[in-house]
Every structure is written in C-alpha cells, then in structure tokens.
Design a protein around this ligand. Structure first.
Ligand code: ATP
Ligand code: MG
Ligand code: FE
Length: 341
C-alpha cells in the first residue's frame, strides 16, 4: 500500500507517506511545543487552531518530499483517537476531504497502535510480543498475540509516566515538556534520594505514579520550608530510578508469563535514556530482543500512523466517511478483525 498518514491528536501536526507499513517516504512534523511552552502545557484550543493553520502545508510537503502524486495513493490514514477532540477533528476533516476527492479508502487509526507499530518501520516484529507503551497520556502493557491484535494486560491507575515526568519537571521549574530535562539531570546525578516503588498487588500489571509524584513534591516543599538547598539532580535520579524499576520489573514478568518473543518499547517516554539503557540490560540478561524506535519515531508522527493503518489495509477494514473523532477510542476494539472496529 501507499498511504498518506495524518496525525493531529495532540500538539504535533504531522503527515507522512508510508509504503507497505514499513518504508517511510516522507514524515514531516510541525511541533507546537514552542507555542505551548509559555502556558506550561498543551492548550487545546490553541492546538486545534495551529493544526488548521499548518495541515494543508504539511500534506503538500509530505507528498512533495515523497515524490508521490495524490493519484498514486492507496488510502488516507488518520488518527481517529485517542487525543484532544478538537485536534483530532482537524486531521479527520483533512483526511475525509482527501479520501473523498481522490475516491480512495479512509483508515481511522488508533494513536497507541501507531506508537506500537512505529517499531515496524525499523524492525521485524515477531509474535507473540509484549509492548510497553509509555507516553504523555498512556502507560500500558499490551500483549500482541498476533499481528494487529491488542490486549491490554496492565495500565496506569492514575498518572501516565510522561505526565508524571512533566509534573515533577514543572515543580523543579523546568520548561514544558519536562521529561527530557529530568532524564538528563537524573543520568548526570552522582547521588540519589531513594523514593518508594509502587508495585501494587504482587500479581498486578497495573501502574501507579501519583504516590511517587507526591513524594517528589513533598521533598521539594520540605527543602523549601527548611531553607535547605534542593538536591535537584539526586531527586530527579531517585524519581527516574523508581519509575524505571517498576516499569522494567513488570515488563519482564509479563514477557515471561505470556511467552513473549520480543519486548517493544514505545511512546514519547521511550526516548528516555535511563529507561532505554536499563531495559536493554534486563532484556539482554533475559535473552529477549528489545525493539525501540529511533528517537524521532518515539514521539508523535504521521509515519507511525501509516504503519498501524497498513494492518487494516491488509484486511480491507476501512472506515466510513462519517467517521467520528473519538477521544476514548479503545485499543482492543481497534484490533484487526474485531467486530466493533
Ligand atoms: P499519548 O501518546 O498518550 O496520547 P502524547 O502523544 O502527548 O500522549 P508523546 O508525544 O508520545 O505523548 O510523548 C510526550 C511525552 O514524552 C511528554 O510527557 C514528554 O515529557 C515525554 N518525554 C519525552 N522525552 C522524554 C525523556 N527523555 N524522558 C522522559 N520523558 C520524556
Ligand atoms: Mg506531543
Ligand atoms: Fe502520542
């Protein structure tokens, strides 16, 4: 297939041309981070407006860089959800317009399936495999028994990992998005403030980040009240180590229990150096191949949407032109061959 794939679920306007779900012909990304930074986070109304302003240009650039004419496209893929509803709508309208004008199928695509299948753009995925999804809005362990089949075996009960990183970073007065700043600080620290690990029930694959986040905020407040200098790097390292320990512990247990042949790391937080390094070591010890996309395919982009949409191209599961943007779209229900899809 030759797919034009559109991603506008949050604060990146991105359009890609992807061949057969694995070859990136173009992947243009316009990030709004500089706009949202002054507000300390993503402002939904501003995000929608910026998507409107840039989407047409991104579509043109994606086709031009790929050297592909609209008439050559097999289908239009677009993130249907989850995400910010106003932001999703912009991509949805653009996708429908193109699909209608070119008279080719529309493929409404799940954003998290995209993060997972970003791996297919650079690796050969074998099944069954386990995906650890760590992003701004999601923290999930997903079992893929077959290609395109998604079963969530664990998820966060409160904050997502990226969200916790951003909140801790904000408390330490780093600009949005704070995750990379905490990562850098943690890796450079030469001592550590130990913080608790949220293992939850022994057999649970769920996560909880809010207790850890509160512990960091409490440590910051305590230091301020006592007039002590804050050991920022040691605190960042303590936070990062606690997060990583639990993510890795649960992922490795899930890999064993479900007989996964690979572990796929994905989502924006997969860019975290501490996590990548520690997970690589654990996987090597367990002799489980670890797949991680390159940095630029970890955060939101159109190419990953094209990779996931190709699954539905193969099964001929297309989306009607009255597709609704769905901020709550279910990953499991988006599985290939699923009756509710
Ligand atoms: P979702 O995919 O769940 O809808 P999203 O698309 O907003 O959410 P992504 O773009 O996948 O999320 O990831 C952004 C998140 O990744 C931010 O919270 C950011 O702080 C975090 N992040 C990016 N790099 C790092 C890093 N090196 N360490 C930790 N967190 C990071
Ligand atoms: Mg983003
Ligand atoms: Fe994302």
């Amino acid at each position: 297939s030759l797919l034009l794939a559109i991603e506008t679920s949050c604060d990146e306007t991105s359009v890609a041309v992807v061949r057969d779900g694995r070859h990136i012909l173009s992947n243009v990304i316009s990030s709004q981070i500089d706009t949202h930074r002054q507000f300390g986070g993503v402002v939904p109304e501003i995000a929608s407006r910026q998507h409107v302003e840039t989407i047409t240009l991104m579509m043109e650039q994606a086709l031009e860089q790929a050297g592909v004419k609209p008439a050559e496209l097999s289908a239009i893929a677009v993130t249907q959800g989850p995400g910010l509803v106003g932001a999703l709508l912009v991509g949805g309208v653009a996708a429908k317009t193109y699909a209608m004008a070119l008279d080719i199928p529309l493929i409404g695509t799940h954003h998290i399936a995209g993060h997972i299948y970003a791996n297919a753009l650079v690796h050969d995925i074998v099944y069954p495999c386990m995906a650890l999804v760590v992003s701004g809005g999601h923290t999930e362990l997903v079992l893929l028994e077959r290609e395109g089949s998604f079963r969530i075996i664990g998820r966060t009960r409160d904050d997502a990992v990226g969200e916790a990183y951003d909140k801790v970073a904000r408390a330490l007065e780093f600009p949005y998005p704070g995750g990379p700043h905490i990562d850098k600080l943690a890796v450079s620290a030469d001592d550590v403030i130990e913080l608790p690990r949220a293992w939850l029930e022994p057999d649970s694959y769920d996560f909880s980040l809010s207790g850890l986040k509160s512990a960091v905020l409490a440590a910051i407040n305590q230091a301020r009240m006592k007039g002590e200098t804050l050991r920022t790097a040691a605190l960042a390292r303590g936070f990062q180590e606690s997060v990583i320990d639990v993510l890795i512990g649960k992922s490795m247990r899930a890999v064993r229990e479900f007989g996964a042949r690979q572990l796929l790391l994905c989502g924006g937080v997969a860019a975290n150096r501490g996590l990548r390094t520690a997970l690589a070591a654990s996987c090597e010890a367990a002799q489980i191949p670890l797949l991680v996309p390159p940095f630029e395919l970890c955060t939101d982009n159109g190419a990953m949407i094209g990779a996931a949409a190709h699954l539905k191209w193969k099964t001929g599961e297309f989306t009607s032109l009255d597709m609704k943007a769905d901020p709550q779209l279910s990953l499991e229900a988006w599985s290939v061959g699923s009756p509710t899809a």
